[in-house]
Design a protein around this ligand. Structure first.
Ligand code: ARG
Length: 322
């Protein structure tokens, strides 16, 4: 049976309105949130606090709520790197993810996703406004200064599934911290990639020990951190780059590292090397605080109105294809 045509004018009007108000909206991915009052494009949500934390009896957060700051960076439609949400407009990732010659418009980002093949109603698709690469990237080391700040064209809408991670204090004592990394990187030396977001608890490895393991050919800069679970052969691998290394301190998760490089993946002798976030803190803060948000068309439209419109359009769209 054909879809009723009498209401076609309204969806058309709504589509136009929506395109005007939300330039990065795509039909396959919703930008709405179940609890409207929690929709906030501003940075007024708590960082490093997965919702429900501590409220589950003997249980674990479901996988999609456990690491709500995880970002998937795509190039040409394929996952290439991880990243983390710092606030509604800024994502932290590795500089080498944006290798020279790659076109910026070909990159995009996803948040609120755990299975790369299944976007759900919590998934948001985001376009890049600009990428700021650390000035020392590749200057003193083949992968030194491996930090990039990505400013998004439109703000992330926070929800129970999409939340920012906290930056660490500059003087954080890393001793005895329990740290985890997450990513969609390779899961076997044969190059198999995972579709589900994986997590690994990685003990931090003292710098001198890490340098001994790498030997003289791969020197480590003071801005680098090492971590690996040598006993259980857990490590980061290709595709995990740019993703976060986070540690829990007083019930709050802080990002202490960005996945950067390593020699091989499953070789127990070579830990994963991370860019030390504390080391780059003032650079990160400077850009987040001084670069203005990109201009929004009709900024007076609240995000909740935008999301309501998006919901409405999704519903109307599905009615039309029924
Ligand atoms: N550079 C890699 C990437 O782009 C990540 C390196 C992680 N570590 C390793 N042991 N290979 O995904």
């Amino acid at each position: 049976m054909a879809a009723p045509t009498s209401g076609l004018g309204l969806p058309g009007y709504l589509l136009l309105l929506l395109l005007l108000t939300s330039p990065t909206w795509v039909t396959s991915v919703s930008r709405r949130h179940p609890k409207d009052q929690a929709n906030s494009p501003s940075s007024d949500v708590a960082c490093g606090q997965p919702v429900l934390q501590g409220k589950l009896l003997g249980g674990e957060l479901t996988r999609d709520r456990k690491w709500p700051w995880q970002v998937s960076v795509h190039y040409s439609g394929f996952h290439v790197c991880g990243g983390s949400i710092l606030n509604a407009y800024w994502v932290l990732t590795a500089a080498h993810c944006f290798a020279r010659g790659k076109k910026l418009q070909t990159f995009d980002m996803y948040v609120g996703i755990t299975n790369l093949e299944v976007a759900n109603r919590h998934t948001q698709w985001l376009e890049i406004n600009q990428v700021i690469i650390h000035p020392t990237f590749e200057m003193f080391h083949p992968v030194g200064g491996d930090v990039a700040l990505v400013q998004l064209k439109s703000p992330i809408v926070f929800s129970d599934f999409v939340l920012p991670i906290c930056l660490p204090p500059s003087n954080l004592n890393l001793h005895n911290m329990s740290c985890w990394t997450t990513g969609w990187g390779m899961i076997s030396p044969q190059g198999e990639t995972g579709k589900e977001l994986l997590e690994a608890q990685l003990p931090l490895i003292p710098k001198f020990q890490c340098q001994l393991l790498y030997g003289l050919t791969s020197y480590l800069l003071p801005e680098m951190l090492c971590a690996a679970d040598i006993k259980n052969m857990k490590n980061v691998c290709e595709g995990d780059s740019g993703g976060p290394l986070v540690c829990k301190l007083n019930e709050t998760w802080l990002q202490i590292g960005i996945v950067s490089w390593g020699r091989g993946c499953a070789q127990p002798l070579y830990p994963g090397v991370f860019a030390n976030v504390s080391y780059f803190l003032s650079w990160i803060r400077y850009y987040m605080e001084t670069v203005p948000n990109p201009p929004q068309i009709l900024p007076s439209l609240s995000s909740s109105l935008r999301n309501n419109l998006s919901t409405l359009l999704t519903i109307m769209g599905s009615l039309l294809v029924l």
